[in-house]
Design a protein around this ligand. Structure first.
Ligand code: NOJ
Length: 558
C-alpha cells in the first residue's frame, strides 16, 4: 500500500465563524485562528481544514460564495489569510481549503450576469429551464426544504438550486465553467495551500433531462438524489480536474459525498484512477434516521454501525482510502449522539476517539470535539441560526402544523447548530470566544467544559486526544494495519483488530452505560501489553475482561 503524508496525518476542522473572535464583533475570524495555532500544534494535529472563508452574503454561512478569490469581510483580509498560511506552515502544519463548486451565491458576478437575459454570455453557467405546466421544471426538493427551483421573473425561467435559493447550481456541462473553476483552484494552490475538501462534489453531474423524482403520495416535492448523486459524468469531471490541476501538486483531497456507496468510493479513491484521495461517506451518519429522513429520530443499533464500518474498512482496504469522522459542522456533537453527555461525558468522548482513531483511514477532529463539547438545547427557535433548521421549522411547524415539541426535540438531537455554538476556551463570559455579543449563543455548559480546564486536567478528553495522536506517529500499524471486525452480533461492545507485519492490536469499546464482559479471542490474539485505555486504572485482561461503562482499551499483541 502506498505511503502518503495524508494517510499518516490527523486533520482538524475549523468552522471559522465559531472558532475565535479577535476583534469583538461576535464573529470568529482569521486573526482569531492565528492566535490559536500554538494550541493546535500542542494538540498535535497535522492538517487544518478551514471551512469556507471566501466572500459571501452568508445565507448558508459561507457555503454561498460570491467571490472565490476574496476573503469574507467579517473574517479579515487576504493578508490575514496569507499570514495564517505562513504561520501554520512555520509550525509544520498544513492547510486545506473548502472548495464549494456545486453552486455559488446568487450574488456571485457570474449569476448576476446569468440572470440578466437568456442571451447573456453567462446564462449557461447555471441551470435554467422554463416552467412545466405552470409549475417548476421538475419535482426535486431542495436540501433546505421546498422546491429546488426558483422562478426568476426577469427572464421568465427557473434556476436550479439543490440547496438554498441563494445557492444556484453551476452547470458543469459547460466547459467554460469547468475552466473557471480549474483556474481558481490553481490560483489557490499557487498560494501554497495543501489541498481541498470538496463540498457535495458528487452532485456536480446531473442526469440529462433532469427527470422528476418518484413522487410519494401527499408530497409536493421529492428527493431527486438518484438524478444527481454520482451522476453520469462525475468521474470524467474529477479526472479532468485531476489532470488539469491536482496532479501538478502534492496535495490532499477529500470529497464530501452524500449517498456514496463503497463501490462508488472505490472509483473515486483508487489511486490509479486519478480522482480524489478519499471521500466523506454518510452511511454511518444515517443510522439513527428513520424512513422520514434526518429529522425522523430513531436509536442507532451498534450492530448496524458495525456492518457499515466493516463494509467501508474492508471495501476500501488496498483499493482506496477512508476518511474517519463522527461529527462536523453539519452533524450533532458525537458525544451527545453516540456517547453519553450526562453521566459519562469524559469516558464516552474518549471511547469514541479510540474507536475512530484506531480504524484504518485519516481521522478528522471537529473543533471542540477534543474537549468533549456537547449538543445544546436553546429554549426557542429564535436562538437558532442555521438555514436548514429554520426552513424545516417553518415548513413543518408554521406552515405544516406539526407539533412544536416534536420538532424542537428533533432540532435538539440533529440540528446543525449543535456543532456551531462558539468554541469554549475558558470560563469567562461567552467562553472566551468573543468580547462582543456572539452571533449564536454559547452553550451554557462552558463553565465546566472549556479548553483552559481541559489543559489543566491531565485526565481530560484533550490530553487523551494528544496521546492518541502521538501513538499514531509512533505506530505504523495504526495507519497502515489491516482491519478485522470481531463479534459482529454483539450489541454492546465494538471489538476489532488491526494487523501489520508481526503485530496486532485489539480494540475494545463499550458503547453502553453498563458493565459488559468480553471474552478475549485467545485463538487469534495473544496480548502483550496495553497501549491506551480511557479509565484511570486497568482491569485484568487475561481471558475475560469486564469493560466498565463506555470503557475503551487497546491491547498490543501477537
Ligand atoms: C455541505 C456543507 O458541509 C454544508 O454545510 C452546506 O450547507 C452544504 N454542503 C451546501 O453547500
Amino acid at each position: 500500500m502506498g505511503k502518503h503524508w495524508w494517510k499518516e496525518s490527523v486533520v482538524y476542522q475549523i468552522y471559522p465563524r465559531s472558532f475565535n473572535d479577535s476583534n469583538g464583533d461576535g464573529i470568529g475570524d482569521l486573526r482569531g485562528i492565528i492566535e490559536k495555532l500554538d494550541y493546535l500544534k500542542y494538540l498535535g494535529v497535522d492538517v487544518i481544514w478551514l471551512c469556507p472563508v471566501y466572500r459571501s452574503p452568508n445565507d448558508d454561512n459561507g457555503y454561498d460564495i460570491s467571490d472565490y478569490k476574496a476573503i469574507m469581510d467579517e473574517f479579515g483580509t487576504m493578508e490575514d489569510w496569507e499570514e495564517l498560511l505562513e504561520q501554520a506552515h512555520a509550525r509544520d502544519m498544513k492547510l486545506i481549503m473548502d472548495l464549494v463548486v456545486n453552486h455559488t451565491s446568487d450574488e456571485h458576478s457570474w449569476f448576476i450576469e446569468s440572470r440578466k437575459s437568456k442571451t447573456n454570455p453567462y446564462r449557461d453557467y447555471y441551470i435554467w429551464r422554463p416552467g412545466k405546466d405552470g409549475r417548476e421544471p421538475n419535482n426535486w426538493e431542495s436540501a433546505f426544504s421546498g422546491s429546488a427551483w426558483e422562478y426568476d421573473p426577469e427572464t421568465d425561467e427557473y434556476y436550479l438550486h439543490l440547496f438554498s435559493k441563494k445557492q444556484p447550481d453551476l452547470n458543469w456541462e459547460n466547459e467554460k465553467v469547468r475552466n473557471e473553476i480549474y483556474e481558481m483552484m490553481t490560483w489557490w494552490l499557487d498560494k501554497g495551500i495543501d489541498g481541498f475538501r470538496m463540498d457535495v462534489i458528487n452532485f456536480i453531474s446531473k442526469v440529462p433531462g433532469l427527470p422528476d423524482g418518484d413522487i410519494e403520495r401527499g408530497k409536493k416535492y421529492v428527493s431527486g438524489h438518484k438524478y444527481f448523486m454520482n451522476g453520469p459524468k462525475v468521474h470524467d469531471y474529477l479526472q479532468e480536474m485531476n489532470e488539469r490541476v491536482l496532479s501538478k501538486y502534492d496535495v490532499m483531497t477529500v470529497g464530501e459525498m452524500p449517498g456514496v456507496t463503497v463501490d462508488e468510493a472505490k472509483l473515486y479513491t483508487a489511486p490509479e484512477r486519478n480522482e480524489l484521495n478519499m471521500v466523506f461517506t454518510f452511511e454511518h451518519m444515517d443510522l439513527d434516521a428513520g424512513p422520514g429522513g434526518k429529522w425522523d429520530l430513531r436509536p442507532m443499533k451498534l450492530t448496524d454501525l458495525k456492518r457499515v464500518i466493516n463494509k467501508w474498512q474492508t471495501g476500501l482496504s488496498g483499493v482506496g482510502w477512508n476518511s474517519l469522522y463522527l461529527n462536523n459542522h453539519d452533524q450533532p456533537r458525537m458525544v451527545s449522539r453516540f456517547g453519553n453527555d450526562k453521566n459519562y461525558r469524559v469516558e464516552s468522548a474518549k471511547m469514541l476517539a479510540t474507536f475512530l482513531h484506531f480504524l484504518q483511514g485519516t481521522p478528522f477532529i471537529y473543533q471542540g470535539e477534543e474537549i468533549g463539547m456537547t449538543n445544546v438545547q436553546f429554549p426557542t427557535i429564535d436562538d437558532y441560526r442555521d438555514i436548514e433548521t429554520l426552513n424545516m421549522y417553518r415548513e413543518r411547524v408554521i406552515e405544516g402544523n406539526e407539533r412544536e415539541e416534536k420538532i424542537m426535540q428533533a432540532i435538539y438531537e440533529k440540528g446543525r447548530d449543535n456543532a456551531r455554538t462558539p468554541m469554549q476556551w475558558d470560563d469567562s463570559p461567552n467562553a472566551g470566544f468573543t468580547e462582543g455579543t456572539p452571533w449564536i449563543c454559547v452553550n451554557p455548559n462552558y463553565k465546566n467544559i472549556n479548553v483552559k480546564q481541559a489543559i489543566e486536567d491531565s485526565n481530560s478528553v484533550f490530553h487523551y486526544y494528544r496521546k492518541i495522536i502521538k501513538l499514531r506517529k509512533r505506530n505504523p500499524i495504526i495507519v497502515y494495519g489491516d482491519f478485522q471486525l470481531l463479534d459482529e452480533e454483539n450489541e454492546n461492545i465494538f471489538a476489532y483488530m488491526r494487523m501489520y507485519e508481526n503485530e496486532k492490536l485489539l480494540i475494545l469499546c463499550n458503547f453502553t452505560d453498563q458493565n459488559r464482559s468480553y471474552q478475549l479471542p485467545n485463538n487469534i490474539f495473544h496480548p502483550v501489553e496495553p497501549l491506551i485505555w480511557n479509565y484511570p486504572d486497568l482491569d485484568d485482561w487475561e481471558e475475560m475482561i469486564t469493560l466498565r461503562p463506555y470503557e475503551a482499551i487497546v491491547l498490543k499483541g501477537k
